[in-house]
Design a protein around this ligand. Structure first.
Ligand SMILES: [Zn+2]
Length: 60
């Protein structure tokens, strides 16, 4: 699944705001199911670490 990416943003489970991906892996690495990605909410400063699944990854 080349160039598969997790969502750039997720809905904040704390305040309902928009959380942004904290960092990206190296361009020559690939995301795969089971990877942990971190999001930060700019509104409430909450951090969310999510385990992604194959279903979360999109090829765009
Ligand atoms: Zn929030």
């Amino acid at each position: 699944m080349a160039n598969a990416r997790p969502p750039a943003t997720i809905a904040c489970m704390e305040c309902g705001g928009e959380c942004f991906l904290l960092y990206e892996i190296k361009p020559d690495d690939e995301y795969e199911g089971g990877d942990i990605v971190a999001y930060r909410c700019p509104d409430c400063r909450e951090r969310w670490d999510m385990e992604i699944t194959e279903d979360d990854l999109t090829d765009d």
